[in-house]
Design a protein around this ligand. Structure first.
Ligand SMILES: NC(=O)c1ccc[n+]([C@@H]2O[C@H](COP(=O)([O-])OP(=O)(O)OC[C@H]3O[C@@H](n4cnc5c(N)ncnc54)[C@H](OP(=O)(O)O)[C@@H]3O)[C@@H](O)[C@H]2O)c1
Length: 330
């Protein structure tokens, strides 16, 4: 039996009404558009993914599978990432996977989210997003669809550090991590369309030097390296949005708010915004029907903002190509 999507056709209205009655709080708008839609009508989906699909009866007696929206959140042991994962898990019909590098913290975060939301479909996967091989291993063991990818993990060490592959750590984590997660998961996202990628970026952005992305020539300063990485997040949002649009995958960036965290402390700041408030725009971009189809944009406090970094198409292209060239080195 093939899992390949068969059709883009929406589920028939009569069937959708039955499903809405059976699952009143589910966001029918989303799954009705899912490429796996054809599988709903014959019960195949529910049988293939029994943990995710719950059978209901259509008027003609056919079984209907209800697909959870599956979200993957990087850095979900951190201040903002944990709040994003918890807020998504609190919504009906979401399965949330925390992509973390520290197993002990991951177990604790999953437990807290399960207790806070009652959603037992919260779990974790281990990944080091600063290493392409670790992301590739996660992609290789991923089963089933992926509807939402939230790139959020970031670091800002005060001293210049490198990954085992010899890449400056902040560029590897904050920029290549977002790039590789999106690139390597793109086939899963396309198959699961309509799918969304959200890049947690920042208003504090700038100083990107395409000729010295790893601070080999410039003197390393963690604030400068961080601002560069957040500019890059916003530029790569535009690059991936253009590449994935025709496949029904949207890509947007946001500023979360100033939140007290390991990261902000390393940058010499505190932060007055609560983690929950900081998570708000990313969760809205991930789940709200009103932003369905919106792509390549940058948002602050749920408001679309002009992004001059994304408007420099030549620089966006150059950055994308620079990031792509790292694939060869891994
Ligand atoms: N805080 C702010 O004021 C602020 C403002 C603007 C934008 N942002 C953005 O918001 C996002 C989250 O920041 P935060 O403040 O929540 O930071 P945080 O609390 O320090 O969390 C960072 C998260 O990233 C994870 N991480 C770091 N390196 C990783 C790696 N190589 N592989 C996997 N996971 C890794 C950390 O894992 P561990 O728990 O294992 O360390 C942690 O879960 C970042 O993208 C940041 O740029 C934050």
């Amino acid at each position: 039996m093939s899992l390949k999507p068969q059709t883009f056709d929406p589920i028939p209205e009569a069937t959708a009404r039955v499903a809405e009655a059976a699952f009143p709080k589910l966001n029918i708008y989303m799954w009705r558009r899912d490429k796996f839609g054809s599988l709903y009508t014959d019960g195949t989906f529910a049988e293939l993914f029994p943990a995710q699909g719950q059978p209901a009866q259509s008027p003609s007696g056919q079984r209907i599978g209800i697909l959870n929206r599956i979200a993957l959140v990087t850095g979900a042991t951190g201040a903002i990432g944990e709040a994003i994962a918890r807020q998504l898990a609190a919504q009906d019909g979401y399965e949330v996977v925390l992509a973390c590098r520290n197993e002990e913290k991951a177990q604790q975060a999953v437990e807290e989210i399960r207790q806070a939301t009652g959603n037992l479909n919260a779990r974790y996967e281990l990944v080091d997003v600063s290493r392409r091989s670790s992301i590739q291993a996660l992609v290789d063991r991923w089963r089933g669809p992926l509807h939402i990818l939230i790139n959020n993990a970031a670091v800002s060490p005060r001293q210049r550090r490198e990954t085992p592959e010899g890449i400056e750590l902040q560029f590897a984590t904050n920029v290549l991590g977002y790039f590789w997660m999106t690139q390597l998961f793109s086939e899963h996202l396309k198959k699961s369309a309509a799918a969304r990628v959200i890049n947690v970026a920042s208003y504090w952005a700038g100083d990107l030097d395409l000729t010295d992305l790893e601070f080999k020539r410039r003197r390393y300063n963690n604030g400068t390296a961080y601002r560069q990485s957040k500019q890059a997040n916003r530029m790569l949002t535009v690059a991936f949005a253009a590449r994935l649009k025709s496949a029904g995958v949207t890509v947007n960036a946001c500023h979360p708010g100033d939140v007290n965290s390991q990261l902000s402390n390393d940058l010499g700041f505190g932060g007055q915004t609560s983690p929950d408030a900081g998570a708000n725009t990313a969760v809205w971009l991930a789940a709200d029907p009103s932003v369905q189809g919106e792509t390549g944009k940058y948002f602050e406090q749920r408001r679309m903002m002009r992004c001059r970094f994304g408007e420099d198409r030549a620089a966006v292209k150059a950055l994308y190509e620079a990031c792509a060239s790292y694939t060869l080195l891994q």
